[in-house]
Design a protein around this ligand. Structure first.
Ligand SMILES: *[C@@H]1O[C@H](CO)[C@@H](O)[C@H](O)[C@H]1NC(C)=O
Ligand SMILES: *[C@@H]1O[C@H](CO)[C@@H](O)[C@H](O)[C@H]1NC(C)=O
Ligand SMILES: *[C@@H]1O[C@H](CO)[C@@H](O)[C@H](O)[C@H]1NC(C)=O
Ligand SMILES: *[C@@H]1O[C@H](CO)[C@@H](O)[C@H](O)[C@H]1NC(C)=O
Ligand SMILES: *[C@@H]1O[C@H](CO)[C@@H](O)[C@H](O)[C@H]1NC(C)=O
Ligand SMILES: *[C@@H]1O[C@H](CO)[C@@H](O)[C@H](O)[C@H]1NC(C)=O
Ligand SMILES: *[C@@H]1O[C@H](CO)[C@@H](O)[C@H](O)[C@H]1NC(C)=O
Ligand SMILES: *[C@@H]1O[C@H](CO)[C@@H](O)[C@H](O)[C@H]1NC(C)=O
Ligand SMILES: *[C@@H]1O[C@H](CO)[C@@H](O)[C@H](O)[C@H]1NC(C)=O
Ligand SMILES: *[C@@H]1O[C@H](CO)[C@@H](O)[C@H](O)[C@H]1NC(C)=O
Ligand SMILES: *[C@@H]1O[C@H](CO)[C@@H](O)[C@H](O)[C@H]1NC(C)=O
Ligand SMILES: *[C@@H]1O[C@H](CO)[C@@H](O)[C@H](O)[C@H]1NC(C)=O
Length: 631
């Protein structure tokens, strides 16, 4: 995405519930070939992730407390509040580590007798489930006795979790304490985390607390891992690759605030965080290794992007880029080096003995935009050489597809990356975009998604017409997936109410049950989990439009995708000889219908299908998207 194109995002999409009497169009007959066909990229459908809309911090990364290390320049005491008579302040004279340069001072008035302390209200509240939580904090100052941790309703005062632990703290240093406890379910997200202590022991004095953390159950139980609920929901889509960590967010508003790989590794208390490109500080708790564990645990191929010299506040090229190229070499040694190398050893110390497996690396992001074009060929060549000389088997990706911004010639095998945010009609018009491309230039569509670009403020949330247009564009890619190797829907996730860009694949907030898949989530799931390894020919009784189709197969299993971008119902008869049964997945809804939090209106329906003679009848409603899977 491009920072220049974002606008203020509105809540709510008016859902037009027009009851129109639709007439059926003439039936269309499709016959799917059982012979020949072109190979289809096994990686085709993936997802792009970058830290925006609190997709990571306050999103898929499991840690639930906001501003937990006072990182970045802008937050102050955001999300903190005193409990009882305590007085709290951000204390820069008591850093927790070299990286976490502030702690919270909690001072206790004279003659206090109660438990006092502080609260953290999370990211617009704390999701409190009937579940097991882990919480930790660093502490400094003389205190011997009980610390009480609670999860409690901010307005209701209901206590959902209540746990004591005993500490022996001095003012010699910060020490970390950790506790695990169970909670009961809160019906809403209006909750906070409390830490209190016996105020009578500290009356007239103060204690310092720092780098607080709270985790619900974690995906695959990884330390510093992902939220189990949000990660499992993503895993179900069946994406084959993850493009990360940006996107704009890798670039930095200034050179010095770029995404720096070596600030995102090791103990979280040693990660300083940064002011990001999307208007809130990043904790970098979701760092380089966490992204790679994520890929491995979800069986996705990593597509790692590197900083290529472009920030929004300046560009580094020519010989000035040399130190940054050296930094890339260090990053590669960290990822792939033997544990006898300096950085390979560091990787092992950080919990990963084996080298990471990364076959795809992208050089920069959108270097055709924001002043990057002229210098990109030079920057690309320097970085390409550094990587290719040492790791010839890694496939490299150029950050754009504008040949005037690329080296000429582009080295053989380099993938070009196109980004498309379009309105529905434009996506449909691009169905044939790849039909006549040279077959020797591999392409990635590294970001795409339907936005209502006729509306300067963007679309709040996906709706059937838009998702149908994405499906048609994806069919154009799938038909050409001998050259379109990868395609990543973007962006992935938003925390409702904390957004800079919409729509996303799915969203949520701190209230239980708020996780909401968009109509595009269902399209991605239908496409990513139903694709063969060979694209096969389809004979048809009509041309493309408004009905579109594509067919793939693996062995004797066939996958036929259909989308109806018309206002009339369309009957389709599909013949696939020597098949007899399978299922039909159908996503159907009215033109502007979509899912809203607590208002799920459209989801994929599965029905079993059987045929005596290999012919299947499918009724496609206007804007419907379907996949027939038979063998
Ligand atoms: C598709 O049409 C071609 C040309 O008419 C024909 O040779 C082929 O058998 C047809 N394939 C199927 C599956 O109907
Ligand atoms: C604390 O209590 C002592 C003894 O009762 C009293 O002299 C003092 O004024 C109290 N201090 C405050 C701040 O209330
Ligand atoms: C809470 O979770 C436990 C363990 O999973 C389960 O046995 C119990 O029934 C749950 N309680 C409620 C109220 O859902
Ligand atoms: C925690 O300790 C305090 C002080 O001893 C006590 O009043 C409270 O009941 C304890 N809470 C739990 C959950 O054990
Ligand atoms: C903190 O101070 C205590 C007491 O002086 C010492 O035993 C401990 O090793 C120190 N811990 C760290 C992490 O420096
Ligand atoms: C927390 O819940 C789990 C599973 O429901 C249970 O096995 C465990 O004993 C509980 N722990 C405590 C401290 O109650
Ligand atoms: C990260 O790498 C840069 C460039 O090599 C170096 O200047 C910096 O000191 C490193 N930072 C850390 C925390 O290792
Ligand atoms: C590191 O190199 C040594 C010596 O070449 C080799 O024995 C060892 O297997 C290598 N380790 C890894 C993790 O590749
Ligand atoms: C590159 O791939 C080839 C073929 O798979 C393999 O033989 C070779 O060892 C690989 N080279 C490196 C440097 O990994
Ligand atoms: C798209 O934007 C236009 C112009 O603002 C608006 O009239 C229309 O309702 C929007 N459509 C959707 C589905 O949001
Ligand atoms: C295979 O690719 C060629 C070259 O683009 C194209 O002409 C042909 O239609 C494709 N076949 C199928 C089954 O898509
Ligand atoms: C296949 O069977 C269906 C009914 O089972 C029938 O309507 C259709 O005409 C048959 N098609 C062919 C090609 O025989």
């Amino acid at each position: 995405m491009w920072l220049g194109s974002i606008g203020h995002v509105q809540w709510g999409l008016t859902i037009l519930t027009t009851l129109c009497v639709t007439q059926a169009a003439d039936p269309i007959e499709l016959s799917v070939s059982r012979e020949g066909g072109n190979k289809s990229s096994p990686l085709l459908y993936g997802i792009m992730f970058e830290e925006m809309d609190h997709s990571g911090d306050g999103g898929i990364h499991g840690q639930l407390l906001q501003n937990n290390g006072f990182q970045g320049d802008s937050l102050g005491l955001t999300a903190y509040a005193p409990v009882g008579a305590a007085v709290i302040s951000q204390d820069k004279s008591h850093p927790v580590s070299d990286s976490i340069t502030s702690s919270l001072s909690v001072s206790v008035p004279e003659n206090t007798t109660d438990y006092v302390g502080f609260a953290n209200t999370g990211y617009n509240g704390v999701p409190v489930l009937n579940s097991t939580y882990t919480s930790s904090f660093w502490m400094m100052g003389y205190y011997s006795g009980t610390i009480n941790l609670q999860l409690v309703g901010t307005n209701s005062g209901i206590v959902y979790a209540d746990h004591n632990l005993t500490v022996e703290s001095t003012d010699a240093n910060f020490t970390q304490y950790e506790a695990t406890f169970n909670s009961t379910l809160s019906a809403d997200g209006d909750n906070e985390w409390h830490l209190t202590f016996d105020g009578s022991k500290v009356a007239g004095s103060s204690l310092n607390f720092g780098y607080i953390e709270l985790f619900p159950p974690k995906y695959q139980d990884r330390e510093n891992g992902l939220r189990e609920d949000l990660a499992t929901f993503l895993e179900k889509v069946g994406f084959k690759f993850l493009r990360f960590p940006g996107g704009n967010n890798i670039e930095g508003l200034e050179v010095d605030s770029r995404w720096k790989w070596n600030m995102t590794i090791g103990p979280v208390v040693d990660r300083p965080g940064r002011n990001s490109d999307w208007f809130y500080p990043n904790t970098d708790a979701l760092g380089l290794d966490e992204y790679l564990w994520w890929c491995e645990d979800m069986n996705m191929t990593p597509l790692l992007a590197l900083w290529s010299g472009k920030s929004y506040g300046g560009i580094v090229s020519g010989s000035d880029l040399h130190p940054f190229v050296d930094d890339i070499k260090n990053e590669l040694e960290y990822l792939f080096g033997n544990t006898s190398t300096d950085f390979g050893k560091l990787r092992a110390q950080n919990g990963r003995e084996e080298p990471w497996k990364i076959d795809y690396i992208e050089i920069g992001n959108e270097d055709d935009l924001t002043g990057g074009c002229d210098t990109y060929p030079d920057r690309f060549n320097q970085i390409y050489k550094a990587i290719h000389d040492e790791y010839p088997n890694i496939t490299l990706v150029a950050s754009n597809g504008d040949y005037s911004c690329l080296p000429s010639p582009l080295p053989t095998g380099v993938i070009i990356d196109l980004h498309l945010y379009r309105n529905p009609d434009d996506f449909v018009a691009l169905f044939d975009q790849f039909d006549n491309q040279p077959r020797d230039q591999p392409v990635m569509v590294g970001e795409y998604g339907c936005r209502n670009t006729s509306n300067a403020k963007g679309t709040y949330w996906s709706y059937m017409q838009g998702s149908c247009s994405e499906a048609i564009y994806m069919m154009g890619m799938e038909r050409n997936s001998d050259i379109v190797t990868m395609a990543a829907y973007a962006p992935m996730l938003e925390h409702f109410g904390l957004i800079a860009w919409s729509p996303t694949l799915y969203g949520f907030n701190s209230t239980p049950g708020s996780l909401t898949p968009s109509t595009s989530y269902y399209v991605q799931k239908m496409f990513a989990s139903n694709k063969g390894d060979t694209v096969v020919q389809v004979n048809s009784s009509a041309d493309f439009g408004p009905l579109y189709w594509t067919a793939t197969k693996t062995g004797s299993r066939y996958y036929v995708k259909l989308a109806n971008y018309g206002t009339k119902e369309q009957n389709v008869s599909i013949s696939i000889l020597e098949t007899s049964s399978g299922r039909l997945e159908m996503l159907s809804g009215s033109q502007f219908q979509g899912n809203q939090p607590y208002q799920m209106e459209v989801e994929t329906e599965h029905t079993e299908v059987h045929s005596e003679n290999g012919t299947y009848s499918v009724k496609m409603d206007p804007w419907a998207v379907a996949v027939l899977v038979v063998s």
